[in-house]
Design a protein around this ligand. Structure first.
Ligand SMILES: *Cc1c(COP(=O)(O)O)cnc(C)c1O
Length: 741
């Protein structure tokens, strides 16, 4: 017998190639060559990169971890080199959580950076580091949501590095951010600088995420306090300070690192005060050091137009709470006189003369405004008619490598038709060839069952655990089922399992399908098959209506269970995060989305389900207007008529509960039957596979990033440009925009 030919992997060499350093620190995961190359592009004199600014970035290790995966694959557990050994241990066993995000906006940012890295787009991201994260969610059956603070330790988090000062290597790099202290004295905030690497799966490119950390003693106490929690809205002042900590930190940190990006991409308007900084710079150059008193209004406007050439802005929501407005008097305490003057010119609010409107500022000063779906483009144009011409659509996506479950990834890997799907999501279009493959259908069912079992085991375990912990925690289990006995209590993985998870805010209407419990229960009893409804999500601690939605759901549990003769089980999973999201989107049998049209600008959790072949049941809003294909990818229900100014209302009367829930009850028997009836099973599976065919190639961040490149002023080398062109060709979110170019 011939000896098997073993590939020559020298683990020692492989792991040494994962170490690199420069004057800012020593980093683990990429080779010296890769580090040097990425840094060279970011600091090139001609500025060929993009700086991406976001209030939150969600990229946790427990859902995507290329460096850890590499170590595991090579079975590397230690090294004789003490520096390497420490890194290896940290990456294999260190903290998984980086709770520096609240929801969809942050997860989108993280997914975007990962696709930038996969596509080798030279980019750098800037965000804030919140020592106390967002908040941790406990849920008590009587009290509803309880918010508590859990501190996390960036020092112990793999892939986070505290940068050192190149001029004083024993000290951390600290940037100065000018601030006003509210008493017309200038004070200075200081931030140390963390770097997190978003490394691609082949470990030969990365996008640095820069996190500004204002928690250091040289920052005034009131600054440190404002920087603790993401979206701290305990006062308007705190909120305004927090936005400034992001926006005013951008130019100083870019300069400290030597980053030369010409394009700055604002992910939402939170960091928009960076444009004030850039305008002042521009005036300094054109008018001179005395610009603050010498510049005329025309000078300021001219400078703003020049700065606009550098800014790309993505607006994410038509909902009012998503747009920052600050009282002028309050803001006068935080910024300098010249800053007030610029804001008076560029951040007028149409309705309230006494506030600055930061969405207006972002709308005004940019070269391209992106909405996040086709429908959202129409809505945004109606909201901001004076800027309509420059508003275009780039529909959101998700990072497919992050959101496809292990079981499904293994399945996709084992069919030659899908070859290359990891690098190029267009490969999923070939799933069409698998529609008729009984082998694929059988394996798909198997992989799906694995994912469902994982989710159901988690839920069943949680129900018992809550009950057992009750004595110590004094928390009443949030689920009625926790009080039932084994046998009665457990969810069955055979039952149609419907998932719903997202932030709890009014317009997402988490309670919609329970509007008429009697009708819902009757449908289930008539068909006589069990149903699991699995819900999760956090409400912002200051959002009372959002919190009351959680409480309402808990209150429905027992009634629904009893009225359906024990067939319907409604469960709430506390502590929604990316890991729970991943488990849910892959494990459920259908993903429910019922916002009030047109307030869900895009939505992304449904795309994560589609990546796993799970059909959506959704209102025709956001991405689903583009992802729904009649009879093929899932189901639609609810109002889908024209949208106008009136449709943006979130008042209870305008939320269409009666109309849309009735529409759901009309549809639901069909879905329940389609899932349970053996003769209809093939039709259900067809829908799963058609999600791979029609939706995976489109609703991914590789394609989205490629479309963003159209709006950026950067040029790519030939090889990269060709790769991007492949993704770009997958879809055109805005044919009208493309035709004009
Ligand atoms: C994907 C995701 C979201 C966003 O979901 P939407 O459907 O866009 O509301 C929010 N939170 C987490 C943890 C996610 O993974």
């Amino acid at each position: 017998m011939k000896k098997p030919h073993l590939p020559l992997v020298d683990n020692d060499q492989a792991v040494h190639d994962m170490l690199a350093s420069n004057s800012l620190g020593t980093f683990f995961g990429v080779s010296q060559k890769v580090l040097d190359q990425v840094w060279h592009e970011l600091t090139a004199a001609d500025g060929n990169s993009v700086t991406y600014v976001s209030m939150e970035i969600g990229a946790e290790r427990d859902v995507f971890h290329p460096i850890k995966s590499r170590l595991e694959r090579l079975e590397i557990t230690d090294s004789t080199d003490p520096v390497l050994d420490q890194f290896i241990k940290k990456f294999l066993h260190g903290a998984e959580k980086l709770p520096n995000y609240s929801g969809g906006l942050g997860v989108l940012a993280g997914d975007t950076l990962k696709s930038f890295a996969d596509s080798r787009i030279p980019a750098l991201a800037i965000t804030l580091l919140y020592r106390k994260g967002y908040f941790s969610q406990l849920v008590d059956s009587r009290l509803g949501q309880i918010a508590w603070t859990s501190e996390w330790r960036p020092e112990e988090t793999p892939s986070l590095y505290l940068l050192r000062d190149p001029d004083h290597p024993d000290h951390p790099l600290v940037i100065e951010v000018p601030f006003s202290d509210g008493h017309d004295r200038n004070s200075v905030a200081h931030a140390q600088v963390w770097l997190k690497m978003e490394v691609n799966s082949t470990l030969d490119f990365f996008v640095p995420q820069i996190l500004l950390d204002y928690s250091i003693p040289s920052s005034p106490e009131w600054i440190r306090a404002a920087a603790d929690h993401l979206y701290d809205s305990s006062s308007e002042r705190t909120k305004a300070i927090q936005r400034r900590l992001l926006g005013a930190g951008i130019v100083p940190v870019m300069e400290a690192l030597g980053v030369t990006s010409k394009t700055i991409h604002l992910n939402e308007q939170h960091g928009v005060v960076v444009v004030l900084h850039l305008i002042a710079r521009e005036l300094f150059a054109t008018v001179g050091p005395g610009y603050a008193t010498l510049a005329t209004d025309e000078d300021i406007i001219r400078a703003a137009d020049k700065v606009a050439g550098r800014v790309v802005y993505t607006i994410h929501t038509p909902v009012k709470a998503g747009h920052d407005r600050f009282n002028r008097d309050l803001y006068a305490e935080l910024g300098h006189a010249f800053c007030q003057r610029t804001l008076r010119l560029l951040a007028r609010d149409k309705e309230q003369p006494q506030v600055y409107n930061f969405t207006e500022l972002a709308m005004r000063v940019n070269r391209a405004t992106n909405s996040v779906s086709r429908l959202h483009k129409e809505v945004t144009r109606n909201q901001f008619p004076e800027y309509a011409a420059k508003i275009s659509a780039i529909t959101n996506g998700v990072h497919h490598l992050t959101w496809i479950s292990d079981a499904k990834a293994e399945l996709y890997d084992s069919f030659a038709e899908l070859k290359g799907w990891r690098d190029d999501p267009s490969a999923f279009a070939n799933a069409k060839l698998l529609l008729a493959s009984n082998r694929f259908r059988a394996y798909f069912e198997q992989a799906w069952q694995q994912d469902t079992r994982r989710l159901i085991d988690y839920v069943n375990g949680m129900l018992v655990e809550h009950r057992n912990q009750m004595q110590e925690t004094w928390i009443d289990p949030p689920n009625y089922l926790s009080y039932l006995e084994e046998g009665e209590r457990d969810l069955s993985p055979e039952a149609l399992t419907i998932g719903f998870a997202r932030r709890f805010s009014t317009y997402k209407r988490a309670d919609l399908i329970f509007e008429d419990l009697d009708t819902l229960a009757k449908i289930i009893v008539q068909i006589g098959r069990p149903v699991n409804f699995i819900f999760a999500g956090k409400a912002h601690p200051a959002d009372e209506p959002g919190k009351s939605l959680i409480k309402l759901l808990l209150d429905y549990q027992k009634d629904l269970y009893l009225k359906s003769n024990g067939l319907a089980r409604l469960v709430f999973i506390p502590g929604y995060d990316m890991q729970i999201a991943k488990m849910m989107v892959a494990g459920v049998h259908a993903w429910l989305n019922n916002p009030k049209r047109p307030l869900e600008a895009s939505g992304t959790s449904g795309m994560k389900a589609a990546m796993n072949g799970v059909p959506n049941i959704s209102i025709m809003d956001g991405w689903w207007v583009e992802g729904y294909h009649e009879g093929k990818t899932g189901w639609k229900f609810g109002y889908e008529g024209p949208v106008d100014a009136e449709s943006l209302s979130e008042s209870p009367a305008a939320l269409l509960y009666a109309e849309d829930s009735a529409s759901f009850y009309n549809l639901f028997p069909e879905i329940l039957t389609a899932f349970n009836e053996p003769a209809l099973r093939d039709g259900y599976l067809d829908k799963c596979i058609m999600n791979l065919v029609l939706n995976c190639p489109i609703f991914n961040t590789h394609r989205m990033a490629a479309e963003y490149l159209d709006r950026y002023a950067i040029t790519l080398d030939r090889k990269t440009a060709e790769r991007i062109q492949r993704f770009r060709a997958l879809y055109d979110s805005d044919p009208e925009f493309s035709a004009r170019r």
